[in-house]
Design a binder for this molecule. Structure first.
Ligand code: FPP
Length: 237
């Protein structure tokens, strides 16, 4: 049997990363404001995390807000920040009881103070859990992450000859997480959108036309099963 993250023969990916896209279009089709789409998007989370844990996924990373999303209308950004706060308050205790460990990736300095406090509280509360590791990418950019790593490497005085891929990886936001096995993107877009640029080097890509608020546990299972049919060669034959 191959190691499970090698894919093929029904393997389950260890680390799944999801680009949750299509909230705005979901709302537009219903003649609702975009923020209604984001609210609907939150309802997908609990069943998804439950299914991921049950299937044996160990790490799940969700792209919630990118370093580029600040250019959206101020009212939408504010609603998203309020929604993150509300979601933290309403869902974190439940996720904690279900054994999820929550961590956040991204630059915190630009986030509202209340959001930073909620992040710290969620990380503290769930730090002892080990059923499912959930990372929320918030004010996250793959390029910023690489630049931040490079800055810390320079600040630490790492000699150039000692800098290899393993050392670089230890300076990323979540050095303890294994590389991504499967990326899922909803709403049909074929783009990476500055998500986990370092970690997805050998990931398999699953793109579905389904808009994020309609992304069901059944569809997640379908993506995992598809991964199980892939043969991952990583540059080999
Ligand atoms: C993309 O839809 C979605 C986002 C900007 C991320 C927000 C995600 C949620 C609110 C889901 C809940 C997540 C957490 C962690 C609380 P879009 O606005 O880009 O859609 P569009 O491309 O159709 O306009």
């Amino acid at each position: 049997m191959p190691a499970r993250s090698e894919g093929g023969r029904g393997a389950v990916p260890r680390h799944v990363a999801i680009i949750m896209d299509g909230n705005g279009r979901w709302a537009k089709r219903r003649l609702l404001p975009r923020t209604a789409g984001h609210r609907a998007g939150v309802t997908v989370l609990t069943p998804l995390l439950e299914t991921a844990g049950r299937m044996g996924v160990e790490f799940l990373t969700l792209y919630a807000f990118s370093t580029e999303n600040w250019i959206r209308p101020e009212s939408e950004v504010n609603t998203l920040m309020e929604l993150f706060l509300e979601t933290a308050r309403s869902k974190v205790p439940e996720l904690n009881e279900r054994g999820a460990r929550l961590r956040f990736m991204g630059r915190r300095e630009k986030l509202p103070a209340a959001v930073c406090e909620a992040i710290e509280e969620a990380e503290r509360l769930t730090a002892h859990n080990d059923r499912l590791n959930v990372y929320i990418a918030l004010n996250y950019g793959g390029r910023s992450e690489i630049v931040d790593a490079a800055r810390r490497i320079v600040a630490d005085g790492v000699p150039p000859e000692e800098l290899d891929e393993a050392t670089f990886g230890r300076y990323l936001y979540a050095p303890e997480a294994p590389e991504v096995d499967l990326v899922i993107r909803t709403s049909g877009e074929l783009r990476v959108s500055n998500f986990l640029l370092w970690q997805i080097a050998y990931a398999e890509f699953y793109v579905t036309e389904t808009l994020w608020p309609d992304f069901s546990p059944e569809e997640f299972v379908k993506a995992i099963e598809w991964f199980g049919t892939r043969s991952r060669r990583r540059g080999g034959v």
